[in-house]
Design a protein around this ligand. Sequence first.
Ligand code: FES
Length: 110
Amino acid sequence: MVRVTFLTADGRSVAAEGEAGQALLEVGQNAGLPLEGTCEGQMACSTCHVIVSPEWFDRLPDASDDEEDMLDLAAGVTRTSRLSCQVLLEAGLDGLEVRLPAEARDMQPR
Ligand code: FES
């Protein structure tokens, strides 16, 4: 099991668990978090954007050029932003901490 903590835009901390090889996006969705992942990992939407804690960011494999290009279009991007569909869990990431961007869908006026 790989443990991941998600910090929500409204300040909640949600503990989740996944298996090695599973995408971070799926772990967040399984935990009931508002990660849309509209394109299901095809790097065509950026609705799976998360902000990785700085102390964890450098431990992740680098983003591909395609991921970087898509992140450029995401709202609220920071230096440690990633597309969660592109981050695969591995044993060394046990304890990973990521934040959901404030621009999540639930914050939009209806
Ligand atoms: Fe669309 Fe990640 S799910 S880019």
